[in-house]
Ligand binder design. Sequence first.
Ligand code: ATP
Length: 250
Amino acid sequence: MMKKIPTSHPRYLSLVTREQISEAMRHGIVHETGLIAHGRGEAFDYLLGETTIPPADVAEKIAASTLLCAKNPVISVNGNVAALAADVCISLAKSIPAKLEINLFHRTSVRIKKIAAFLRKKGAKTVYGLNPNAKIPGLDSDRALCEKEGIFTADIVLVPLEDGDRCQALQRMGKTVIAIDLNPLSRTAQAASITIVDNVTRAVPRIEHWIHELKDTKRSDLDKLIKTWDNTKNLAEVLSFISKRLNSLF
Ligand code: ATP
């Protein structure tokens, strides 16, 4: 049972999110190490002011443009993403349209099935990842396992809460990797083609907002927009935002 948290609590949203993730762990959707990853994310979210900062919104707009131009876009879902952002990922996948594929570091067939059932209960029609028939080259962990129709042949992969190794391996395959990661210093953030430094719970709905805004834009105009993107420069803007914000607090 989820613990009842008084809405008047100053950290209400954060506490509800913690309950959500710990309940998902009790149901076998989140791996226990997912709680540690969540804690690291929370710390970085504090530095941002727990809001979508302007450079993140630009990244979200570019991510939407890229997803609209994709031939086979795939959203990769792990335990934490399912626990915190299942509804919004399903909704985003429908609006692009994109495929959903489960990919886990601590992979067990029980956990994959639980996450697939959870996503289906929430309205996902097709969920990839249950029957892997391909491997991402150069990765030793189970994260290499994927489906040919899904991540293996995807041109654009949206990877919320990724680890750096798979991000790099996907890029070596020639894919565009869009990462959502609250830590601008992580290997994933540094390696991705488009890094969105924002909470997955805010970033996914914001990408969907841009999908709706841009869906009637000419393909050539979207291409022009995408060409303006410089990931290193955007990450520098994120770090500068954080340091200015921290300085202004004292
Ligand atoms: P890397 O290999 O990229 O250096 P890592 O070893 O830190 O990453 P993980 O332990 O898999 O990778 O951590 C997942 C990442 O997800 C962390 O950087 C954390 O800041 C981030 N994260 C956690 N929760 C959220 C969230 N709700 N939204 C966005 N990012 C999050």
